[in-house]
Design a protein around this ligand. Structure first.
Ligand code: ADP
Ligand code: MG
Length: 242
């Protein structure tokens, strides 16, 4: 049973009179518990795809399915409710709330989901510790380095143990020690059966994935599962030249 699917998904942006075709007929099915890496050159539509899958933006054509529910036509309020229950999202540029502390940013989704303050605080500190940013718990996110903000954004996305985690370049600003912490957190999520869809340029992240989907000019040009040994890449090339 797929947890997430795109059908003939397309997105065209209007940009100062010109039209930019950011996504051009993407078909993608993600099964429960899969860890999918999305790769491709800058501008090929990776962030657009992630934003459409999470319902942050509307497709120009095509469909987005969350399990058995088609979501591309839902109201903003319904989309927000679905995301709160089921989707953790890490934005490429973090989008942390500067008026809240680091710990409060991570607690927020838990409080919105009805958890008590003490339990929310405990869970937030646990995640921040796992990611090596616990000592910044009381700081404003604006004072953190890019890599630290990225880890806080990941902690926030994981706080509610969402079924599906969508993350836009979650190791993009990290040194290798911090990237390892992120990868360990993601591996733990995967062991717990969460579905992961990550945009990445990072070969370490791609190597940890079950499947690598390559985009180019708004289209999927390769979609390959890694073999059971997970050492021999078995990319099924469907027309790309990478
Ligand atoms: P990626 O994440 O792979 O770098 P994006 O999805 O951000 O790519 O962008 C895909 C294409 O759409 C690019 O050509 C980008 O310039 C364009 N684009 C993205 N967002 C907008 C927007 N809001 N308005 C106009 N063009 C956009
Ligand atoms: Mg992007």
């Amino acid at each position: 049973m797929p947890v997430l699917a795109a059908r003939a998904l397309a997105k065209t942006y209007q940009s100062g009179g010109a039209q930019v075709r950011a996504l051009d007929g993407v078909d993608l099915t993600v099964e429960r518990g899969e860890f999918v890496a999305i790769m491709g050159p800058s501008g090929c539509g990776k962030s657009t795809l992630l934003n459409l899958l999470a319902g942050f933006d509307r497709p120009s054509a095509g469909e987005v399915w969350l399990g058995e529910q088609r979501i591309d036509g839902l109201s903003e309020a319904d989309l927000a409710r679905l995301r709160r229950r089921r989707i953790g999202f890490v934005f490429q540029f973090f989008n942390l709330l500067p008026a809240l502390s680091v710990a409060e940013n991570v607690e927020l989704p838990l409080l919105l989901a009805g958890q008590r303050r003490r339990a929310a605080r405990r869970a937030a500190i646990g995640l921040l510790t796992e990611l090596g940013v616990e000592e910044r718990r009381d700081a404003s996110p604006a004072l953190l380095s890019g890599g630290q903000q990225q880890r806080v954004a990941l902690a926030r996305a994981m706080a509610n143990s969402p079924d599906i985690v969508l993350a836009d370049e979650p190791t993009g600003n990290l040194d290798s020690a911090a990237a390892r912490g992120v990868l360990e957190l993601l591996a733990g999520a995967r062991r717990r059966g969460q579905t992961l869809l990550l945009v990445t340029h990072d070969a370490r992240v791609a190597a940890a994935a079950d499947r690598v989907v390559r985009l180019r000019d708004g289209r999927i040009v390769a979609d390959g599962r890694l073999g059971p040994a997970r050492s021999v890449p078995n990319l099924v090339d469907v027309g790309g030249d990478e």
